[in-house]
Design a binder for this molecule. Sequence first.
Ligand code: ADP
Length: 490
Amino acid sequence: MAIHNPEIKYTKLFINNEFVAAESGKEFEVINPSTEDVICRVSEADKHDVDKAVAAARKAFHRTSQWRTMDASQRAILMHKLCDLIERDMNYLASLESLDNGKIFADSLGDLEYTVKTIRYYAGWCDKVQGVTIPCDGDFISMTRKEPVGVVGQIIPWNYPVMMLAWKWGPALAAGCCIVMKPSELTPLSALYLAALSKEAGFPDGVINVVPGFGPSAGAAVSEHHDIDKVAFTGSTAVGALVMQAAGKSNLKRVTFELGGKSPIVVFDDCGDLDEAVDTCHGGVMNNHGQNCCAASRCYVQESIYDEFVKRSVAMASKRVIGDPFDESSTMGPLINRVQMDKVLRYIESGKKEGAKLECGGIRKGSKGFFVVPTVFSNVTDEMTIAKEEIFGPVQSILKFSTMDEVIDRANKTTYGLASGVITKDINKALMFAQGIKSGSVWVNTYDLCQPQSPVGGYKQSGQGRELGEAGLEEYLETKTITIKIPSKF
Ligand code: ADP
């Protein structure tokens, strides 16, 4: 059950297991995107606070610390304890997420369930991280140890605040790293609450630190820091490039990125149930209000079913109920802020101007809150801005194609490569598409299924490295090789 006005319990920085004000004393406003009201004020971290958090994390990472000397199986118990507490407070946390982010309550609950699944999945890895023994030339044997990378900076966006946290805390904690996390300045509340739960679960001082603040100050302080060993970033490609530069200019810290996308979903005329295909494509781009790096924002439909597909997509978009995320009848909430709403409306204008056919939506709803009516464009062509740039809003562009070869080439003609989808009943077509497309994830007859067990990440400018699955864990591990001489005689 949703809590309509969840009490805001934590608004300060979380450093070394304590909530503390920013050194500067500064605070920033957190806005409710449904009403534009101020929810609360949160302490604003800058470089000094990041330094404090890094020092706490570094101390917690010392080889003799409680965290480093703890059995790996005990780390798993702490992670499960954290999940038990999230489950205990799930309604509260989901309500907080809906208040802060604007996503409808049912979706927030879903995010929380995935958060728990992800952390539990990684808890299972803690005592299963193993090296190998290697027979090498001469009288030697090598063995490898997998060790935690160290102090990790984690910078996350606002679209899935609690789930992005889980994608990053999960593997970092399983590996044995210590964390300095900067949540988005637009949605810091769930991360602060989870920080409090981590203390309650019993994580030692300094293992988890959360420093809300702005990108160019707190975010840059993380990516430039000389005592952070790795930074994991999720956000825009433009900021990803800045983080990479800062990593290179400072201490060549490791970087992993999950960045933007312009993901294609391709519907062949042998898709089977057309309504199901329409539903998959609609959800692929409209879920989370389109504020999703993997959003299926280019929908390619084979010519013989194109007109019918457009008709049914419009009907489906028109059925969406836009409104208060706490209202059970709502199926879509507001965008995150005015900047995002204006940007999406500008893209819609550009679609109209460049000759796409606006089938429905295309406008803001009301004058309070950042609501945009779900929008469908048909007759979209590859060179239009709406087919090239990431919109991050509820805007579906439907393009027409005739052949497999043509659609693979067109789908690949982008600087991005995060995700893709294909809908067909022909396994050969699905496999051919999956082989030809340049994207980190390919979903066949489904879309945006990010399970904790399966890695996700981007080709090209959509990212580096992987999150989730064993591949995600690997990004938080160093390989140490120990080579031993075997005596030739006693
Ligand atoms: P989005 O478009 O999803 O808001 P951004 O890339 O702007 O993505 O933001 C994602 C995260 O990156 C946020 O936590 C934001 O504060 C942070 N960020 C923004 N600018 C910088 C920067 N120059 N250095 C480091 N982090 C930044």
